[in-house]
Design a protein around this ligand. Structure first.
Ligand SMILES: [Zn+2]
Length: 426
């Protein structure tokens, strides 16, 4: 038994109330109000959470763990540890590994590695097309049976509309979601940052907003035709948001996610030709950032994900044009959003927590993301007071690629439980 005493937890009205939380056999046994004396509880492990926020374990439905194939960037174990340090207890990993997760053996390999690490719950996505090449559908039935939770070619867009439609039909039959990286290649052509001010100033090829939105629009129509649950990855543009908002208003089964960096940074913030500011989709205009924030608040964007994408320092040192896309995300996500949106009074704490727990659980029908009797004992304890600088050298991930180095933040996770076990402690 484990007792977390004097925790500040959010009630259904979004108010902070004090609770004592009893964990037993991997589940939340009960939540108790008021003053209690726990000193006589024999054999119980006690954590005093006085002054700390305790939330359901955070959920991140879009991450890159890089194993198999790119273990120099991250492994399932280092990625899991980084997630736990960031307060996450459930993460869903993308299939653009080597080999690509386009076969049941690789799905099982990921699940087995994650189980051995035993740090967080890892849910694998499987590829839509063989090797993510867009030419041939994978065996959805076998991949679902092996434990895949959805289908995506994240990293690239599915270029062929008929291929996407066939994928959606098959996924709908299997009651599985299609998760789409939206990018029309004919409009991108070696772009490395968004089309706009920064690209112009530095003579770089820009990635236009339409390259994302054109796939969102196409896929919404295909989702309407097939009835599939269609989930849009890392939305970054005003135009995509407009299309998603309209689709939702007429009842099409579409959900969407947004990353912290697209809520916090625009291309005008990029300090120079530093590839730690290079990700896909790229940082967009301030207007797009405002649209993303508004859409997260009104629910057009359902959930927050990190798109945690570690790379080695050598790879990121290749410069803006040649370096790979992506930044790490687990260990800074909650502190960034807490400090910039909640501590400044712009958002309710309950909104931020919901978009990282209950809402992803609802969108992907997970049994986690709730702090109540009988729920899995996946919990995160967060210090909302202590200010610390982002220092990549202290990261648990192998990646150091972050644009947030040196930012002074509050809201750092200090202890994480998965199935009632402490999986990370400061
Ligand atoms: Zn992507």
């Amino acid at each position: 038994m484990h007792i977390i005493t004097n925790a500040s937890v959010l009630n259904e009205q979004g108010e902070l109330v004090k609770k004592h939380i009893i964990l037993e056999d991997g589940v939340i046994r009960t939540l108790i109000d008021g003053e209690s004396d726990w000193s006589t509880q024999e054999g119980a492990e006690i954590t005093d959470a006085a002054g700390k926020l305790v939330t359901p374990g955070l959920i991140d439905m879009h991450v890159h763990l890089r194993e198999p194939g790119f273990e120099h960037k991250e492994t399932i174990e280092t990625g899991s540890r980084s997630a736990a340090k960031g307060g996450f207890t459930t993460i869903a990993c993308m299939p653009n590994t080597k080999p690509v997760t386009d076969n049941p053996e690789t799905v099982q390999f990921v699940l087995e590695k994650a189980r051995k690490a035993g740090i967080v719950k890892v849910l694998p996505y499987a590829a839509i097309t063989v090797r993510e090449l867009g030419r041939e559908l994978t065996d959805f039935t076998a991949l679902k049976a092996a434990g895949a939770i959805g289908f995506t070619d994240d990293g690239v867009g599915v270029q062929n509309a008929q291929m996407m439609k066939n994928a959606m039909k098959m996924a709908a039959e299997l009651d599985m979601p299609v998760i789409a990286h939206c990018e029309e290649n004919s409009l991108v052509e070696r772009g490395c940052v968004t089309e706009g001010k920064f690209a112009e100033q530095h003579g770089l090829v820009g990635i236009p907003n339409e390259s994302e939105a054109i796939h969102v629009g196409r896929d919404i129509l295909l989702a309407e035709a097939t009835g599939v649950h269609y989930h849009v990855c890392h939305v970054s543009t005003e135009q995509s948001i407009r299309l998603i908002r309209q689709a939702k208003s007429i009842g099409i089964n579409v959900t969407a996610e947004v990353c912290p960096h697209h809520l916090l940074l625009s291309d005008e913030d990029i300090p120079g030709l530093d590839a730690n500011w290079k990700m896909n989709p790229p940082l967009r205009s301030p207007r797009d950032v405002e649209a993303c924030i508004e859409a997260l608040l009104d629910g057009t964007l359902d959930i927050i994900v990190t798109d945690h994408a570690p790379h080695s320092e050598e790879e990121k040192a290749k410069g803006m044009e040649m370096a790979p896309f992506g930044i790490v995300g687990f260990e800074t996500a909650f502190p960034l959003l807490y400090t910039k949106f909640v501590a400044t009074g712009k958002w309710d704490l309950s909104l931020l927590v919901r978009r990282m727990t209950a809402d992803p659980a609802k969108v992907f029908r997970l049994d986690t993301g709730r702090l109540e009797e009988g729920a899995p004992a996946d919990l995160t304890m967060i210090d909302l007071e202590t200010e610390k600088e982002v220092d990549p050298q202290t990261f648990a991930t192998k990646g150091r690629n972050t644009p947030f180095m040196g930012w002074k933040l509050k809201g750092w996770p200090v202890k994480t439980w998965m199935n009632g076990n402490i999986v990370w402690s400061e």
